[in-house]
Design a binder for this molecule. Structure first.
Ligand SMILES: [Fe+2]
Ligand SMILES: [Fe+2]
Length: 408
């Protein structure tokens, strides 16, 4: 990963809808941007959430496991999608995809009804807090996609208008998703100021090829998470605590289409799927995404249990299904159906719980650091063991001598 640097930017912006957030104003190029929080003392509500002002929540602090905003090398992205430079771009496939995105199947899907506010009122106590945290994490992740796709759409327009328009239409979808989640947060009187976040949150730099692996996976895992929650609640309507989940069936089809677009992108970049380096990175990104979700969700079991889901079973199902989708295009994936895989993942959860628990101790930071060290060391060792497990050689794309002929 390239060097990241921090930069301070002052000022704040008013509350804005995601579609109006001005990405161009940020465009952090190969850097990270961090800004100090608002100087005004934050008000704290009865759940312990800090507010920037009435009805607007201060965003949760960023950590290794929280959703991030990304930036990349846009010049390299331009070269990857240049029709003059990259003869592997299958424009027939991209044209067909663009037609599908233009159809806009979910144009009228994200319309709220009057059951939302009452349902929010009925969620009280600890469930209310974990609901808000779930909504915030989801909103931030969706908004992150919006920002990245919007900027890619803008930058690629003169280079490859078809691919650029697909990115722009995907940013439309993500803006709807983020906006819908933010409206849900406003039912709890804790909306996010997405314009403020656009300007003030840290942007993590990833090389273009890493952005593509990571976004492919996040779209596919997003699809499997949404559809699994949706199907579970269809079978168990008594657990349908809040109407948001009723929208997941069509919503997840957006994520599936986004993932399929990245499949086409991967096919246009043979070096990302056809050699041993690609295999290593494929496994690395699969494991990063699976481990992050597994640890995150197990820290928030109460949320999944409030919906009647078993966190471990739900996570394992999502990982197995995402892996099955991913193995159609990635050249290697972890063998998640080997019993050793989830045995080690469960061990990681136990170690992580211990690290989190030490974090709550009322002792000086250096003591916490020392107490955590043996657990962190064991976590690193477990992750390494998972990484060296025999992977599955996968992928179904073959490149012959003529690089423009792609057979799959
Ligand atoms: Fe989305
Ligand atoms: Fe998406």
């Amino acid at each position: 990963m390239a060097t990241m640097m921090n930069k301070r930017v002052s000022g704040s912006v008013g509350k804005q809808l995601p579609a109006r957030a001005r990405v161009a104003a940020v465009r952090p190029s190969r850097s990270s941007v961090r800004v100090s929080a608002s100087a005004a003392p934050a008000e704290v509500d009865e759940l312990g959430f800090k507010k920037m002002r009435s009805g607007v929540k201060v965003a949760a602090e960023e950590s290794l496991l929280t959703p991030r905003f990304y930036t990349t090398d846009f010049d390299e992205m331009e070269r990857m999608f240049s029709l003059e430079i990259n003869k592997n771009l299958n424009m027939e496939e991209f044209d067909a995809m663009l037609a599908e995105f233009k159809t806009d199947y979910n144009q009228t899907h994200f319309v709220r009804n009057n059951t939302f506010k009452d349902a929010a009122k009925n969620i009280q106590g600890p469930a209310r807090k974990i609901f808000v945290e779930f909504l915030e994490r989801s909103c931030t992740a969706e908004f992150s996609g919006f920002l990245l796709y919007k900027e890619l759409g803008r930058r690629l327009k003169p280079i490859n208008p078809v691919v650029a328009e697909i990115f722009t239409l995907m940013s439309r979808d993500e803006a709807r998703h983020a906006g819908f989640l933010n409206k849900a947060l406003s039912d709890f009187d804790l909306a996010l100021d997405l314009g403020f976040l656009t300007k003030n949150r840290t942007y993590t730099y990833f090389k273009p090829k890493f952005i593509i692996y990571a976004t492919y996976l996040s779209e596919k895992i997003g699809y499997w998470r949404y559809i699994s929650i949706y199907r579970h609640l269809q079978r168990n309507p008594d657990n349908q605590l809040y109407p948001l989940f009723e929208y997941f069936e069509n919503w997840c089809q957006d994520e599936n289409r986004h993932g399929d677009f990245f499949t086409a992108v991967l096919k246009s970049q043979p070096n990302m799927i056809d050699d041993w380096v690609a295999k290593l990175w494929s496994r690395f990104f699969c494991l990063s995404v699976y481990i992050t979700m597994y640890l995150n969700d197990h820290q928030r079991s109460a949320f999944y249990e409030s919906l009647g889901l078993q966190t471990t079973q739900f996570n394992q199902h999502v990982i197995i299904e995402t892996n099955k989708s991913t193995e159609r295009i990635f050249p290697a994936v972890p063998d998640v159906e080997n019993p050793e895989f989830f045995r080690r993942m469960d061990e990681l959860v136990k170690l992580n719980n211990k690290v989190v628990e030490i974090g709550t101790w009322n002792v000086p930071a250096p003591i916490k650091l020392l107490a955590r060290a043996p657990y962190v060391e064991r976590m690193v060792a477990e992750i390494f063991q998972v990484f060296i497990m025999t992977p599955k050689d996968t992928g179904s794309v073959d490149f012959d001598a003529n690089p423009s002929a792609v057979v799959y």
